[in-house]
Write a protein that binds this ligand. Structure first.
Ligand SMILES: Cc1cc2nc3c(=O)[nH]c(=O)nc-3n(C[C@H](O)[C@H](O)[C@H](O)COP(=O)(O)OP(=O)(O)OC[C@H]3O[C@@H](n4cnc5c(N)ncnc54)[C@H](O)[C@@H]3O)c2cc1C
Length: 462
Protein backbone atom coordinates (compact mmCIF):
# COMPACT_ATOMS: atom_id res chain seq x y z
CA UNK A 1 0.00 0.00 0.00
CA UNK A 2 1.60 3.32 -0.99
CA UNK A 3 0.34 6.69 0.13
CA UNK A 4 1.22 10.29 -0.35
CA UNK A 5 0.67 11.54 3.18
CA UNK A 6 0.02 9.75 6.49
CA UNK A 7 -0.91 11.43 9.76
CA UNK A 8 -0.23 10.06 13.25
CA UNK A 9 -2.23 11.58 16.11
CA UNK A 10 -0.20 11.33 19.35
CA UNK A 11 3.54 10.72 19.41
CA UNK A 12 3.82 8.46 22.48
CA UNK A 13 5.03 4.87 22.33
CA UNK A 14 2.42 3.57 19.87
CA UNK A 15 2.53 6.75 17.75
CA UNK A 16 6.30 6.60 17.40
CA UNK A 17 6.16 2.97 16.26
CA UNK A 18 3.30 3.77 13.87
CA UNK A 19 5.27 6.65 12.32
CA UNK A 20 8.31 4.41 11.76
CA UNK A 21 6.13 1.75 10.11
CA UNK A 22 4.38 4.34 7.93
CA UNK A 23 7.65 5.92 6.84
CA UNK A 24 8.11 2.81 4.63
CA UNK A 25 4.70 3.20 2.98
CA UNK A 26 4.03 6.93 2.61
CA UNK A 27 5.91 9.75 0.91
CA UNK A 28 5.53 11.86 4.06
CA UNK A 29 4.42 11.15 7.63
CA UNK A 30 3.39 13.82 10.13
CA UNK A 31 3.17 13.22 13.90
CA UNK A 32 1.04 15.61 15.97
CA UNK A 33 1.29 15.76 19.76
CA UNK A 34 0.07 18.13 22.43
CA UNK A 35 3.49 18.01 24.13
CA UNK A 36 6.94 19.06 23.03
CA UNK A 37 8.51 15.72 22.17
CA UNK A 38 12.13 16.83 22.02
CA UNK A 39 12.48 16.66 25.82
CA UNK A 40 11.81 12.97 26.40
CA UNK A 41 13.84 12.78 29.62
CA UNK A 42 11.42 15.01 31.51
CA UNK A 43 8.09 13.52 32.62
CA UNK A 44 5.69 14.91 30.00
CA UNK A 45 2.26 16.33 30.73
CA UNK A 46 0.74 14.09 28.06
CA UNK A 47 1.88 10.88 29.78
CA UNK A 48 1.51 11.30 33.55
CA UNK A 49 1.77 7.50 33.85
CA UNK A 50 5.31 7.74 32.44
CA UNK A 51 6.66 8.25 35.97
CA UNK A 52 5.41 4.85 37.08
CA UNK A 53 7.22 1.53 36.80
CA UNK A 54 7.07 0.26 33.23
CA UNK A 55 8.22 -3.28 32.47
CA UNK A 56 8.53 -4.55 28.93
CA UNK A 57 7.76 -8.29 28.88
CA UNK A 58 9.69 -10.59 26.55
CA UNK A 59 6.80 -10.96 24.06
CA UNK A 60 6.90 -7.19 23.65
CA UNK A 61 10.70 -7.04 23.51
CA UNK A 62 10.63 -9.51 20.60
CA UNK A 63 7.93 -7.51 18.81
CA UNK A 64 9.97 -4.34 19.29
CA UNK A 65 13.08 -6.03 17.90
CA UNK A 66 11.07 -7.09 14.84
CA UNK A 67 10.14 -3.47 14.19
CA UNK A 68 13.44 -1.91 15.21
CA UNK A 69 16.19 -4.54 14.88
CA UNK A 70 18.77 -4.38 17.67
CA UNK A 71 16.72 -2.01 19.86
CA UNK A 72 16.69 -4.21 22.97
CA UNK A 73 20.48 -4.70 22.88
CA UNK A 74 20.78 -0.94 22.52
CA UNK A 75 18.55 -0.50 25.58
CA UNK A 76 20.77 -2.90 27.57
CA UNK A 77 23.85 -0.92 26.50
CA UNK A 78 22.17 2.19 27.94
CA UNK A 79 21.63 0.54 31.32
CA UNK A 80 18.26 -1.22 30.94
CA UNK A 81 18.21 -4.43 32.98
CA UNK A 82 17.47 -7.85 31.55
CA UNK A 83 15.50 -9.58 34.29
CA UNK A 84 15.25 -13.31 33.71
CA UNK A 85 17.99 -15.75 32.99
CA UNK A 86 20.56 -15.07 31.68
CA UNK A 87 20.53 -11.83 33.59
CA UNK A 88 19.13 -10.65 36.84
CA UNK A 89 16.70 -12.90 38.67
CA UNK A 90 13.11 -12.02 39.62
CA UNK A 91 11.96 -13.51 42.91
CA UNK A 92 8.18 -13.97 42.81
CA UNK A 93 5.76 -14.65 45.65
CA UNK A 94 2.18 -15.69 45.08
CA UNK A 95 -0.50 -16.94 47.49
CA UNK A 96 1.30 -20.07 48.70
CA UNK A 97 4.87 -18.78 49.11
CA UNK A 98 7.90 -17.95 46.95
CA UNK A 99 8.50 -19.69 43.65
CA UNK A 100 11.68 -21.80 43.75
CA UNK A 101 14.54 -20.52 41.62
CA UNK A 102 14.77 -22.07 38.20
CA UNK A 103 15.94 -21.11 34.74
CA UNK A 104 13.23 -20.15 32.29
CA UNK A 105 13.26 -18.79 28.74
CA UNK A 106 11.30 -15.61 29.33
CA UNK A 107 12.43 -12.25 30.68
CA UNK A 108 11.32 -8.71 31.30
CA UNK A 109 13.20 -5.48 30.63
CA UNK A 110 13.54 -3.01 33.48
CA UNK A 111 14.16 0.63 32.56
CA UNK A 112 12.44 3.95 33.02
CA UNK A 113 9.64 4.81 30.63
CA UNK A 114 11.68 7.91 29.70
CA UNK A 115 14.68 5.81 28.61
CA UNK A 116 12.49 3.43 26.63
CA UNK A 117 10.63 6.22 24.88
CA UNK A 118 13.77 8.26 24.10
CA UNK A 119 15.56 5.18 22.70
CA UNK A 120 12.64 4.24 20.48
CA UNK A 121 12.12 7.85 19.38
CA UNK A 122 15.79 8.09 18.31
CA UNK A 123 14.94 5.65 15.50
CA UNK A 124 12.68 8.30 13.95
CA UNK A 125 15.87 10.05 12.89
CA UNK A 126 16.54 7.19 10.44
CA UNK A 127 13.63 8.48 8.34
CA UNK A 128 13.82 11.91 6.75
CA UNK A 129 10.19 11.79 5.59
CA UNK A 130 8.77 12.11 9.15
CA UNK A 131 7.88 15.57 10.48
CA UNK A 132 6.44 16.74 13.83
CA UNK A 133 3.89 19.23 14.97
CA UNK A 134 4.38 19.76 18.72
CA UNK A 135 2.18 21.63 21.22
CA UNK A 136 -0.97 21.04 19.20
CA UNK A 137 -4.22 19.36 20.28
CA UNK A 138 -6.07 17.09 17.91
CA UNK A 139 -9.70 18.22 18.12
CA UNK A 140 -11.47 16.15 15.47
CA UNK A 141 -11.39 14.25 12.20
CA UNK A 142 -12.44 15.33 8.73
CA UNK A 143 -14.31 13.23 6.18
CA UNK A 144 -17.64 11.41 6.28
CA UNK A 145 -18.90 7.99 7.34
CA UNK A 146 -17.41 6.46 4.18
CA UNK A 147 -13.86 7.77 4.63
CA UNK A 148 -11.62 9.71 7.01
CA UNK A 149 -9.67 12.31 5.05
CA UNK A 150 -7.64 14.08 7.75
CA UNK A 151 -7.75 15.72 11.17
CA UNK A 152 -8.32 19.10 12.74
CA UNK A 153 -5.60 20.35 15.07
CA UNK A 154 -5.39 23.40 17.33
CA UNK A 155 -2.14 25.14 18.25
CA UNK A 156 -1.92 25.35 22.06
CA UNK A 157 -0.29 28.81 22.08
CA UNK A 158 -2.23 30.68 19.40
CA UNK A 159 -5.51 28.67 19.66
CA UNK A 160 -5.65 28.69 15.84
CA UNK A 161 -7.15 25.65 14.19
CA UNK A 162 -6.20 24.04 10.90
CA UNK A 163 -6.99 20.92 8.91
CA UNK A 164 -4.40 18.41 7.78
CA UNK A 165 -5.41 16.15 4.89
CA UNK A 166 -4.03 12.61 4.78
CA UNK A 167 -4.52 9.31 2.96
CA UNK A 168 -4.32 7.48 6.28
CA UNK A 169 -4.86 8.81 9.82
CA UNK A 170 -3.77 6.75 12.83
CA UNK A 171 -5.11 7.64 16.25
CA UNK A 172 -2.57 6.86 18.96
CA UNK A 173 -3.55 9.54 21.47
CA UNK A 174 -3.62 7.00 24.29
CA UNK A 175 -6.11 6.43 27.10
CA UNK A 176 -7.72 9.85 26.74
CA UNK A 177 -8.37 9.39 22.99
CA UNK A 178 -11.60 11.00 21.78
CA UNK A 179 -11.76 8.86 18.62
CA UNK A 180 -15.19 7.42 19.54
CA UNK A 181 -16.68 10.95 19.69
CA UNK A 182 -14.78 12.08 16.58
CA UNK A 183 -16.31 9.18 14.59
CA UNK A 184 -19.81 10.01 15.89
CA UNK A 185 -19.25 13.62 14.74
CA UNK A 186 -18.57 12.24 11.25
CA UNK A 187 -21.92 10.38 11.35
CA UNK A 188 -20.75 6.91 12.40
CA UNK A 189 -22.41 4.96 15.26
CA UNK A 190 -20.97 4.70 18.79
CA UNK A 191 -18.13 2.23 19.04
CA UNK A 192 -18.90 -0.74 21.32
CA UNK A 193 -16.78 -0.95 24.43
CA UNK A 194 -15.99 -3.67 27.02
CA UNK A 195 -15.03 -2.44 30.49
CA UNK A 196 -13.68 -4.54 33.36
CA UNK A 197 -12.59 -2.38 36.28
CA UNK A 198 -10.49 -3.89 39.09
CA UNK A 199 -10.47 -0.45 40.81
CA UNK A 200 -6.71 -0.37 41.19
CA UNK A 201 -4.71 2.46 42.77
CA UNK A 202 -1.01 2.67 42.02
CA UNK A 203 1.82 4.39 43.92
CA UNK A 204 5.43 4.53 42.71
CA UNK A 205 8.64 5.80 44.26
CA UNK A 206 12.22 5.65 43.02
CA UNK A 207 15.20 4.67 45.20
CA UNK A 208 18.96 4.56 44.77
CA UNK A 209 19.98 0.94 45.40
CA UNK A 210 22.63 0.53 48.10
CA UNK A 211 26.24 0.25 46.91
CA UNK A 212 27.07 -3.28 45.82
CA UNK A 213 23.41 -4.26 45.49
CA UNK A 214 23.24 -3.72 41.74
CA UNK A 215 22.70 -7.39 40.97
CA UNK A 216 20.10 -8.23 43.60
CA UNK A 217 16.95 -9.77 42.12
CA UNK A 218 13.81 -7.90 41.20
CA UNK A 219 11.04 -8.63 43.72
CA UNK A 220 7.49 -9.34 42.65
CA UNK A 221 4.87 -9.93 45.36
CA UNK A 222 1.57 -10.75 43.72
CA UNK A 223 -1.86 -9.94 45.09
CA UNK A 224 -3.70 -12.83 46.70
CA UNK A 225 -7.41 -12.94 45.83
CA UNK A 226 -8.14 -15.08 48.87
CA UNK A 227 -7.12 -12.27 51.27
CA UNK A 228 -9.82 -9.87 52.32
CA UNK A 229 -7.69 -7.42 54.32
CA UNK A 230 -5.31 -4.78 52.97
CA UNK A 231 -2.54 -7.31 52.32
CA UNK A 232 -4.47 -8.14 49.20
CA UNK A 233 -2.18 -5.53 47.59
CA UNK A 234 0.86 -6.22 45.45
CA UNK A 235 4.37 -4.82 45.13
CA UNK A 236 7.12 -4.75 42.54
CA UNK A 237 10.71 -3.66 43.09
CA UNK A 238 12.23 -3.30 39.64
CA UNK A 239 15.92 -2.56 39.04
CA UNK A 240 16.24 0.00 36.23
CA UNK A 241 19.13 2.02 34.79
CA UNK A 242 21.67 3.99 36.88
CA UNK A 243 21.57 1.74 39.97
CA UNK A 244 17.98 2.77 40.63
CA UNK A 245 14.99 0.80 41.86
CA UNK A 246 11.50 1.71 40.69
CA UNK A 247 9.09 0.48 43.36
CA UNK A 248 5.36 0.28 42.75
CA UNK A 249 2.70 -0.73 45.26
CA UNK A 250 -0.86 -1.26 44.22
CA UNK A 251 -4.11 -2.04 45.95
CA UNK A 252 -7.79 -1.96 45.45
CA UNK A 253 -10.94 -0.71 47.21
CA UNK A 254 -10.34 -0.39 50.95
CA UNK A 255 -6.65 -1.09 50.49
CA UNK A 256 -5.13 1.72 48.44
CA UNK A 257 -1.44 2.25 49.11
CA UNK A 258 -0.90 5.71 50.66
CA UNK A 259 0.93 8.35 48.64
CA UNK A 260 2.70 9.82 51.69
CA UNK A 261 6.18 8.55 52.54
CA UNK A 262 5.67 6.72 55.85
CA UNK A 263 2.44 5.14 54.65
CA UNK A 264 4.15 3.91 51.47
CA UNK A 265 6.75 2.06 53.51
CA UNK A 266 4.16 0.67 55.94
CA UNK A 267 2.08 -0.65 53.06
CA UNK A 268 5.14 -2.45 51.66
CA UNK A 269 5.81 -3.91 55.11
CA UNK A 270 2.19 -5.12 55.30
CA UNK A 271 2.31 -7.14 52.05
CA UNK A 272 2.23 -10.92 52.61
CA UNK A 273 6.05 -10.81 52.66
CA UNK A 274 8.00 -7.81 53.98
CA UNK A 275 10.94 -8.27 51.56
CA UNK A 276 10.37 -5.04 49.60
CA UNK A 277 10.12 -2.95 52.80
CA UNK A 278 13.32 -4.58 54.13
CA UNK A 279 15.18 -3.66 50.93
CA UNK A 280 13.80 -0.10 51.00
CA UNK A 281 15.27 0.31 54.49
CA UNK A 282 18.71 -0.07 52.87
CA UNK A 283 18.08 2.29 49.95
CA UNK A 284 18.01 6.06 49.49
CA UNK A 285 14.67 7.53 48.34
CA UNK A 286 14.84 9.69 45.22
CA UNK A 287 11.92 12.10 45.50
CA UNK A 288 8.45 11.51 46.88
CA UNK A 289 5.96 8.77 46.01
CA UNK A 290 3.34 9.64 43.42
CA UNK A 291 -0.04 8.01 42.86
CA UNK A 292 -2.25 7.09 39.94
CA UNK A 293 -5.85 5.89 39.79
CA UNK A 294 -5.31 3.26 37.12
CA UNK A 295 -7.77 2.93 34.28
CA UNK A 296 -10.05 -0.03 33.88
CA UNK A 297 -9.35 -2.72 31.32
CA UNK A 298 -11.12 -1.09 28.39
CA UNK A 299 -11.44 -2.48 24.87
CA UNK A 300 -13.08 -0.51 22.08
CA UNK A 301 -14.32 -2.49 19.07
CA UNK A 302 -13.03 -0.22 16.31
CA UNK A 303 -12.48 -3.42 14.33
CA UNK A 304 -16.25 -3.50 13.70
CA UNK A 305 -16.52 0.08 12.51
CA UNK A 306 -13.42 1.98 11.31
CA UNK A 307 -13.97 3.57 7.90
CA UNK A 308 -11.22 3.49 5.25
CA UNK A 309 -8.47 5.99 5.94
CA UNK A 310 -8.52 5.51 9.72
CA UNK A 311 -6.92 3.17 12.26
CA UNK A 312 -6.55 3.16 16.05
CA UNK A 313 -3.46 1.82 17.83
CA UNK A 314 -2.16 1.40 21.41
CA UNK A 315 -4.08 2.57 24.47
CA UNK A 316 -6.53 4.47 22.26
CA UNK A 317 -7.89 1.05 21.23
CA UNK A 318 -7.42 -0.95 24.45
CA UNK A 319 -6.06 -0.35 27.96
CA UNK A 320 -5.19 -2.96 30.57
CA UNK A 321 -4.77 -3.13 34.33
CA UNK A 322 -1.14 -1.87 34.56
CA UNK A 323 -0.32 -4.46 37.23
CA UNK A 324 0.23 -6.99 34.43
CA UNK A 325 2.61 -4.71 32.47
CA UNK A 326 1.14 -5.42 29.04
CA UNK A 327 0.18 -2.09 27.43
CA UNK A 328 3.55 -1.45 25.76
CA UNK A 329 3.66 -4.99 24.42
CA UNK A 330 0.15 -4.74 22.99
CA UNK A 331 1.15 -1.45 21.30
CA UNK A 332 4.29 -3.08 19.82
CA UNK A 333 2.34 -6.13 18.65
CA UNK A 334 -0.28 -3.82 17.15
CA UNK A 335 2.46 -1.97 15.26
CA UNK A 336 3.72 -5.31 13.89
CA UNK A 337 0.14 -6.04 12.75
CA UNK A 338 0.05 -2.60 11.11
CA UNK A 339 3.35 -3.26 9.34
CA UNK A 340 2.24 -6.67 8.07
CA UNK A 341 -1.20 -5.36 7.10
CA UNK A 342 0.18 -2.42 5.12
CA UNK A 343 2.61 -4.71 3.35
CA UNK A 344 -0.23 -6.74 1.84
CA UNK A 345 -3.18 -4.33 1.94
CA UNK A 346 -5.20 -2.54 -0.64
CA UNK A 347 -5.89 1.11 0.10
CA UNK A 348 -9.38 0.42 1.51
CA UNK A 349 -8.32 -2.31 3.93
CA UNK A 350 -8.61 -0.38 7.22
CA UNK A 351 -11.00 -2.86 8.81
CA UNK A 352 -8.76 -5.86 8.06
CA UNK A 353 -5.79 -4.13 9.63
CA UNK A 354 -7.87 -2.97 12.61
CA UNK A 355 -9.00 -6.57 13.12
CA UNK A 356 -5.35 -7.69 13.14
CA UNK A 357 -4.55 -4.96 15.69
CA UNK A 358 -7.46 -6.21 17.85
CA UNK A 359 -6.19 -9.81 17.60
CA UNK A 360 -2.78 -8.60 18.81
CA UNK A 361 -4.43 -7.50 22.07
CA UNK A 362 -6.59 -10.59 22.61
CA UNK A 363 -4.21 -12.61 24.86
CA UNK A 364 -3.53 -9.59 27.08
CA UNK A 365 -7.26 -8.93 27.40
CA UNK A 366 -8.02 -12.54 28.34
CA UNK A 367 -5.19 -12.64 30.86
CA UNK A 368 -5.98 -9.33 32.55
CA UNK A 369 -9.74 -9.83 32.78
CA UNK A 370 -9.62 -13.48 33.87
CA UNK A 371 -7.12 -12.58 36.61
CA UNK A 372 -9.08 -9.51 37.69
CA UNK A 373 -12.34 -11.44 37.93
CA UNK A 374 -10.71 -13.60 40.62
CA UNK A 375 -11.02 -10.51 42.86
CA UNK A 376 -14.54 -9.80 44.16
CA UNK A 377 -14.30 -5.99 43.85
CA UNK A 378 -13.80 -6.12 40.06
CA UNK A 379 -16.64 -4.40 38.22
CA UNK A 380 -17.95 -5.52 34.85
CA UNK A 381 -20.00 -8.26 33.23
CA UNK A 382 -18.57 -11.50 34.56
CA UNK A 383 -18.20 -14.27 31.99
CA UNK A 384 -20.51 -17.22 32.50
CA UNK A 385 -18.85 -19.64 34.89
CA UNK A 386 -16.78 -22.15 33.03
CA UNK A 387 -17.64 -25.80 33.05
CA UNK A 388 -16.37 -27.68 36.06
CA UNK A 389 -13.57 -29.51 34.26
CA UNK A 390 -11.91 -26.34 32.89
CA UNK A 391 -12.27 -24.69 36.29
CA UNK A 392 -10.68 -27.65 38.09
CA UNK A 393 -7.83 -27.74 35.52
CA UNK A 394 -7.11 -24.03 36.16
CA UNK A 395 -7.14 -24.51 39.91
CA UNK A 396 -4.85 -27.52 39.67
CA UNK A 397 -2.42 -25.57 37.51
CA UNK A 398 -2.40 -22.78 40.10
CA UNK A 399 -1.73 -25.19 42.98
CA UNK A 400 0.97 -27.09 41.08
CA UNK A 401 2.92 -24.19 39.55
CA UNK A 402 5.29 -23.73 42.51
CA UNK A 403 6.49 -27.33 42.48
CA UNK A 404 6.22 -28.14 38.75
CA UNK A 405 8.66 -26.13 36.60
CA UNK A 406 6.82 -27.04 33.35
CA UNK A 407 3.72 -25.28 34.66
CA UNK A 408 5.68 -22.30 35.99
CA UNK A 409 7.34 -21.96 32.54
CA UNK A 410 3.95 -22.07 30.80
CA UNK A 411 2.57 -19.43 33.15
CA UNK A 412 5.62 -17.23 32.51
CA UNK A 413 5.21 -17.65 28.73
CA UNK A 414 1.60 -16.51 29.08
CA UNK A 415 2.43 -13.63 31.42
CA UNK A 416 5.15 -12.34 29.08
CA UNK A 417 2.76 -12.59 26.10
CA UNK A 418 5.23 -14.92 24.42
CA UNK A 419 2.78 -17.76 23.78
CA UNK A 420 -1.00 -17.90 23.67
CA UNK A 421 -2.59 -19.55 26.74
CA UNK A 422 -4.02 -22.38 24.61
CA UNK A 423 -0.61 -23.22 23.14
CA UNK A 424 1.27 -22.89 26.43
CA UNK A 425 -1.14 -24.99 28.50
CA UNK A 426 -1.72 -27.78 25.99
CA UNK A 427 1.95 -28.87 25.90
CA UNK A 428 2.30 -32.52 26.94
CA UNK A 429 4.76 -31.62 29.73
CA UNK A 430 2.25 -29.16 31.19
CA UNK A 431 -0.68 -31.56 30.92
CA UNK A 432 1.36 -34.32 32.53
CA UNK A 433 2.51 -32.02 35.35
CA UNK A 434 -1.09 -30.88 35.93
CA UNK A 435 -2.20 -34.50 36.05
CA UNK A 436 0.40 -35.25 38.70
CA UNK A 437 -0.60 -32.19 40.73
CA UNK A 438 1.61 -30.49 43.34
CA UNK A 439 4.87 -32.34 44.02
CA UNK A 440 4.71 -33.26 47.73
CA UNK A 441 8.53 -33.35 47.88
CA UNK A 442 8.76 -29.62 47.10
CA UNK A 443 7.68 -27.47 50.03
CA UNK A 444 6.58 -23.84 49.43
CA UNK A 445 9.33 -21.38 50.34
CA UNK A 446 8.54 -18.92 53.10
CA UNK A 447 11.51 -16.70 52.16
CA UNK A 448 12.74 -15.36 48.82
CA UNK A 449 15.13 -17.77 47.08
CA UNK A 450 18.24 -15.57 47.33
CA UNK A 451 21.56 -17.26 46.56
CA UNK A 452 24.29 -17.35 49.23
CA UNK A 453 26.09 -14.56 47.27
CA UNK A 454 22.97 -12.39 47.31
CA UNK A 455 22.49 -12.99 51.03
CA UNK A 456 26.12 -11.95 51.56
CA UNK A 457 25.51 -8.71 49.62
CA UNK A 458 22.41 -8.03 51.73
CA UNK A 459 24.32 -8.67 54.94
CA UNK A 460 27.00 -6.18 53.85
CA UNK A 461 24.37 -3.51 53.03
CA UNK A 462 22.82 -3.76 56.49
C1 LIG B 1 0.30 3.61 35.99
C2 LIG B 1 0.59 2.84 34.72
C3 LIG B 1 1.61 1.90 34.69
C4 LIG B 1 1.85 1.16 33.52
N1 LIG B 1 2.82 0.21 33.53
C5 LIG B 1 3.05 -0.51 32.41
C6 LIG B 1 4.05 -1.52 32.37
O1 LIG B 1 4.71 -1.82 33.37
N2 LIG B 1 4.26 -2.19 31.20
C7 LIG B 1 3.52 -1.93 30.09
O2 LIG B 1 3.74 -2.58 29.05
N3 LIG B 1 2.57 -0.99 30.09
C8 LIG B 1 2.31 -0.28 31.21
N4 LIG B 1 1.35 0.68 31.20
C9 LIG B 1 0.62 0.93 29.97
C10 LIG B 1 1.43 1.83 29.02
O3 LIG B 1 1.79 3.01 29.70
C11 LIG B 1 0.59 2.16 27.81
O4 LIG B 1 0.09 0.98 27.26
C12 LIG B 1 1.38 2.92 26.76
O5 LIG B 1 1.75 4.16 27.27
C13 LIG B 1 0.53 3.10 25.50
O6 LIG B 1 1.18 3.95 24.62
P1 LIG B 1 0.34 4.91 23.68
O7 LIG B 1 1.32 5.51 22.77
O8 LIG B 1 -0.84 4.21 23.16
O9 LIG B 1 -0.25 6.04 24.66
P2 LIG B 1 0.55 7.17 25.45
O10 LIG B 1 1.88 6.69 25.84
O11 LIG B 1 -0.40 7.62 26.53
O12 LIG B 1 0.75 8.34 24.39
C14 LIG B 1 -0.31 9.14 23.95
C15 LIG B 1 0.29 10.39 23.31
O13 LIG B 1 -0.75 11.15 22.73
C16 LIG B 1 -0.64 12.51 23.09
N5 LIG B 1 -2.01 13.04 23.10
C17 LIG B 1 -3.07 12.65 23.84
N6 LIG B 1 -4.19 13.31 23.49
C18 LIG B 1 -3.83 14.17 22.50
C19 LIG B 1 -4.54 15.12 21.72
N7 LIG B 1 -5.86 15.32 21.87
N8 LIG B 1 -3.85 15.84 20.82
C20 LIG B 1 -2.51 15.65 20.63
N9 LIG B 1 -1.80 14.74 21.32
C21 LIG B 1 -2.45 14.00 22.25
C22 LIG B 1 0.04 12.49 24.47
O14 LIG B 1 0.74 13.68 24.70
C23 LIG B 1 1.00 11.29 24.32
O15 LIG B 1 2.24 11.67 23.78
C24 LIG B 1 1.08 1.40 32.37
C25 LIG B 1 0.05 2.35 32.39
C26 LIG B 1 -0.21 3.05 33.56
C27 LIG B 1 -1.34 4.03 33.56
Amino acid sequence: MTMRHALVLGGGFAGTLAAIVLAHHADTVMVVDRDRLDDAEAPRRGIPHGRHTHVLVSGGARALDKLLPGITDHLFSLGAQRIGLPGRYMATAAGGGWFPRHEGRQFIIGCSRALLEATVRERLLDHNNITFVSSADVVGLTGDPARVTGARIRDRATRTERTIEADLVIDSTGRSSRAPQWLVELGLPEVEEDVVDPQIFYVTRRYRAPDGAHNLPAINIMADPTRTDRVRGSGLLLPIENGTWSVTLSGTVGGHPPVEEAGFHDFAAGLPYPTIAELLDLAEPLGSPFGFKADANRRKHFDKLVPPGFLVLGDAAATFNPVYGHGLTVAARGAVALRDGLARARAEASQDIQRAIARASQDAWMMATSQDFRFPQTLGPRPESRDGLAQRFQERLGRSAMSRPAIADAQMAIFTLSTSPAEALMRPSVLLSALRGPDPAVKPLSEPPFTPDEREVLAQCR
